[in-house]
Design a protein around this ligand. Structure first.
Ligand code: NAD
Length: 346
């Protein structure tokens, strides 16, 4: 990077919304490392943020409220909107209205971006926008960007994402706002939710295996038949992809995901291998399990960026398992400061 580019980076003021959450926390960490001036905003009280850096501007704001979006957007050059009320299948299947209410965040943030002359607006969409009919088989259908239409997304959460994607498009076309949208496919890694009901499959399985190992149990519960297929993207790849897409000429929503598709049973195999145990699996067929098969089709991202997420599931899960293991033990010790609310100052 040239001296001029470094200076530009330092002068760039960025807003990350949902900064108290999993991916938002990683994005703040990365921008801060690059020397950007970061404003971080989240509805959670500061002591509940997964990663919090005391040398960035941290704002405790409910971004459903328009005035708060104006406060957050004032004086920033770029907005990365990751705030959403979401969780794994257990959460989104039972909280459709809450998920849809996140439409207020993106609506008000887009308006605020326009009002304050922001130069860049990134929106975190999801593979849950894809048409359910294209995900009926276990054989991990790879979803191309065009497969979002005709629209039949995940009820609640997916509809909100699809609508918000479209709003980004029309703010770009009608008002000239620079918007970029990525469809994340199952992100996992350290600093993610790993208990409490909003956790996703990789974290939930790591926790169950750790629990069984530490308590000497021989069986774990799996949601569904274990045949459902997914691909999982490590958090570092997600952060890199967000930056690349935000700075690209890619105008339409694009997949940001790994193509390493596995069944949930294979995911459990990997975690068991890391833990060094083998457990009996009890399949809960009435638990939320989502679509049967979903994978990312990466032709477009490779064409535009000459890059795609490439951390192997094994490598990413080793780091994630080790982190959850430490958090689990910290929680057992009653060390709440380490469990989820770590402050990463300095
Ligand atoms: P997360 O739940 O850890 O983070 C989201 C954050 O948004 C939370 O900290 C939450 O408190 C905050 N938030 C919710 N409502 C808010 C409000 N009204 N005002 C301000 N902040 C609010 O989730 P994550 O995994 O980090 O996801 C980040 C983004 O990526 C979300 O938009 C999500 O839909 C999207 N996404 C994530 C995944 C994944 O696998 N993690 C997959 C697809 C899309």
């Amino acid at each position: 990077m040239s001296g001029e580019e470094r200076k530009l980076q330092k002068d760039t003021r960025v807003l990350v919304t949902g900064a108290g959450g999993f991916i938002g926390g990683h994005l703040v960490a990365e921008f801060r490392k690059q020397g950007k001036r970061v404003r971080a905003a989240d509805v959670k009280p500061l002591d509940k943020w997964y990663q919090r850096f005391d040398d960035v501007e941290n704002l405790h704001l409910d971004l459903n409220i328009k005035q708060n979006c104006e406060i957050a957007a004032k004086g920033v050059d770029e907005i990365y909107n990751l705030a959403a009320n979401m969780g794994g299948m257990g959460f989104i299947e039972h909280n459709k209205a809450l998920c849809m209410l996140s439409v207020l965040i993106n609506t008000h943030m887009l308006q605020a971006a326009l009002n304050h002359g922001c130069q860049k607006y990134f929106y975190a969409s999801s593979a849950c926008v894809y048409n359910a009919d294209k995900q009926k088989t276990f054989a991990a259908p790879s979803l191309k960007e065009e497969d979002a239409y005709p629209a039949m997304p995940e009820d609640g959460y997916g509809w909100e994402k699809l609508f918000s994607e479209r709003m980004c498009r029309h703010f770009r076309e009608d008002f000239g706002l620079y918007t970029r949208v990525a469809r994340f496919h199952n992100v996992y890694g350290p600093w993610g939710t790993w208990f409490g009901g909003r956790e996703k499959a990789p974290a939930a399985i790591c926790r169950k295996v750790i629990e069984a190992k530490l308590q000497g149990a021989h069986e774990i519960e799996i949601w569904g038949s274990g045949d459902q297929t997914r691909s999982f993207m490590f958090a570092d790849d997600c952060v890199k992809g967000i930056e690349l897409i935000a700075n690209s000429q890619i105008l339409e929503p694009i997949n940001l995901g790994s193509t390493e598709a596995v069944s949930i049973n294979q995911l459990v195999d990997v975690v068991e291998g890391i833990a060094g145990i083998k457990l009996k699996r009890s399949y809960n067929l009435s638990a939320p399990k989502g679509v049967n098969g979903r994978n990312s089709e990466n032709t477009l991202i490779k064409k535009y960026l000459n890059w795609e997420p490439d951390t192997t599931l094994q490598a990413g899960l080793e780091k994630t398992y080790a982190w959850i293991y430490d958090q689990y033990l910290a929680r057992e010790r009653g060390d709440a400061g380490v469990v989820r609310e770590s402050s990463a100052a300095g």
